[in-house]
Design a protein. Structure first.
Length: 132
């Protein structure tokens, strides 16, 4: 009987810690992609506004419904995603064939506003601004 109580207490603590970590990420929920900017060093950049939504679920999955309009061409991105946040500095998005599939640096995290940046390591910088 004492062993059952100890196990129950341990499970309660583990559940509480997991719940706090999952909720504390602050990213779960539906976000509007307010701005998506791509800058190629030495070239003119491209800035797109209000291109759609991204929804992050607490279980580390999510959905996208994005439309990119580049030079008369319209691209859609509605592939599912997996995400993981590393501390307060980084978020990883995994989504087959998506421009957003990479590690992002969290530049600003202000509750209902997120600003992320990433690079391809050569000459391209991307900025993503999300708003609830």
């Amino acid at each position: 009987k004492n062993m059952q109580i100890k196990i129950l207490r341990i499970l309660t603590v583990v559940f509480a810690v997991v719940s706090i970590v999952a909720c504390s990420s602050g990213i779960a929920g539906k976000w509007t992609v307010q701005k998506y900017e791509t800058i190629n060093i030495g070239e003119q950049g491209a800035t797109l506004h209000n291109i759609g939504t991204i929804e992050f679920f607490k279980d580390g999955t999510g959905t996208k419904n994005l439309t990119f309009g580049f030079v008369g061409e319209e691209l859609r991105d509605s592939t599912p995603l997996r995400w993981a946040k590393s501390g307060d500095k980084y978020i990883t998005i995994e989504s087959n064939g998506s421009e957003l599939s990479k590690i992002w640096i969290i530049v600003k995290d202000k509750g209902n506003y997120q600003k992320w940046q990433s690079t391809d390591g050569i000459n391209r910088v991307q900025t993503l601004e999300l708003k609830r």
